[in-house]
Design a protein around this ligand. Structure first.
Ligand SMILES: Cc1ncc(COP(=O)(O)O)c(C=O)c1O
Length: 414
């Protein structure tokens, strides 16, 4: 590994000058389907065929009998929670290292997010912390398949069974990932996916709930469609609900994108595993540990921890040096969700009016999440993993170079 070149941030040559794979990827099939939809005049889900076709194909690919497409991945969580029967002031256990929506969807369901810590090595919910967070008011657990690595589902489902809890898989990062050979959404009671622009499958905005439970599926379908029921009158509305339906143009794009998902997921997983093996060799760099049950990681993000003491330089300087070498890298979520002003100030709008004063998020402590947010966490985005292996070699070389030149880095402790 010895690399004696001067760091790019100090005027040396960049390791990587060519752009990585651009996202989104699209082609003739997107154009064909979009134009066909345009000319059909059937632009809404109720009369068109694109969303219906996509729901069926996407669910099947994930081993689910049902897919209910909605406007985004926040709404899909909300619909899943409502279908699960979550009531006002119920508690739902969530991880703190995730996008805001995992927890705010709970508030929007008028329920209380209870944060349980993640595992330092896998970045996923720690089943021991989940068990410790259960109270008589707990009704559900939302696991996040963080970065595209399936959560510890066997252990969490066992806890859920014991306490009669619903398990919702927030699979916003995990299109095409597999847990013991099973697709996401097919292991817990309900799975929720996002098709927002950055996601591994995208139509700009969009989401879906996937499930194998016929009753939950009927409930989701009704909530997504203004409380209507199969066989009911058009203006007959049975439950609190809304129009959460996805439009046909997005369905058209998603059908075309879906044709590529399998191949892209295999490529990301292959490249991600290769890069992890390379980076593990560098002192102080700890890529997300792959669990034995992870048959396939979708690498929406390539997560890693930086042990500054072992590397010899603090995280900000390392990330800055990598960026200067041409590697787009992020420090990840800067705050555990419970440290967001929204939670500290209990700024819940009209939700949880009676009990909000009793909710003290300032005293929550999830120490692994805090360490990751404040000092150690970092990630690379999914589109970097769609190129050839030589792209991984460039990324690895940039890390190696920064490590070899750590003494020259400003803020270095070595
Ligand atoms: C883990 C997680 N859950 C939920 C969401 C919400 O999805 P959306 O942005 O489509 O509402 C996101 C996405 O941004 C996410 O990363």
């Amino acid at each position: 590994m010895p690399i004696n070149d001067k760091l790019a941030m100090h005027g040396g040559a960049q390791v990587r000058t060519a752009p990585f794979t651009r996202w989104p990827i699209y082609g003739a099939e997107e154009e064909r389907r979009l134009l066909a939809t345009l000319h059909s005049g059937q632009w809404g889900r109720l009369s068109g065929s694109q969303v219906a076709e996509f729901e069926q194909r996407f669910a099947a690919l994930h081993g689910c009998r049902h897919g209910i497409a909605v406007v985004n991945g926040t709404v899909s969580l909300r619909v899943a929670l409502m279908a699960a029967g979550i009531q006002a002031n119920d508690e739902v256990i969530v991880p703190p290292y995730t996008f805001l929506a995992t927890a705010t969807a709970v508030v929007e369901a008028n329920a209380v997010p209870v944060f349980a810590d993640i595992d330092l090595a896998t970045f996923n919910l720690d089943p021991v912390a989940v068990a410790a967070a259960i109270t008589p008011r707990t009704r559900a657990i939302i696991v996040v398949h963080m970065a595209g690595q399936p959560a510890e589902l066997a252990a969490i489902l066992a806890i859920a069974k014991q306490h009669h809890l619903v398990v919702i898989e927030d699979a916003a990062h995990a299109h095409g990932a597999m847990y013991d050979g099973r697709g996401m959404g097919s292991v817990g009671h309900l799975g929720s996916f996002s098709f927002q622009s950055s996601k591994n499958l995208t139509s700009g905005e969009g989401g879906i709930v996937a499930t194998n439970d016929d009753d939950l599926a009927a409930s989701c379908r009704s909530i997504q469609n203004c409380g209507r029921i199969a066989g009911g009158l058009w203006y007959e509305h049975h439950v609190m609900s809304a129009n959460y339906r996805l439009g046909e143009f997005q369905g058209a794009v998603l059908n075309a994108q879906l044709d590529r998902l399998e191949e892209q997921t295999i490529t990301r997983d292959r490249n991600g595993q290769y890069l992890a093996a390379r980076l593990r060799e560098i002192p102080g760099i700890h890529p997300q540990v792959r669990t034995a049950a992870t048959t396939r990681h979708s690498y929406h993000l390539f997560l890693f921890r930086i042990d500054s003491a072992a590397f010899g330089v603090a995280r900000p300087a390392i990330l800055q040096a990598l960026a200067a070498e041409g590697i787009p890298v992020s420090g990840g979520y800067a705050l555990p969700l419970y440290r967001q002003p929204l939670f500290l100030n209990r700024a819940f709008g009209p939700y949880l009016p009676e009990i909000r004063q009793s909710l003290d998020y300032a005293s929550v402590r999830c120490t692994n999440c805090e360490t990751i947010c404040a000092h150690e966490g970092a990630w690379l985005e999914q589109s970097l993993f769609l190129g050839p292996r030589s792209d991984m070699d460039d990324i690895a070389r940039a890390f190696e170079k920064v490590y070899c030149q750590r003494h020259a880095l400003a803020g270095g402790t070595a």
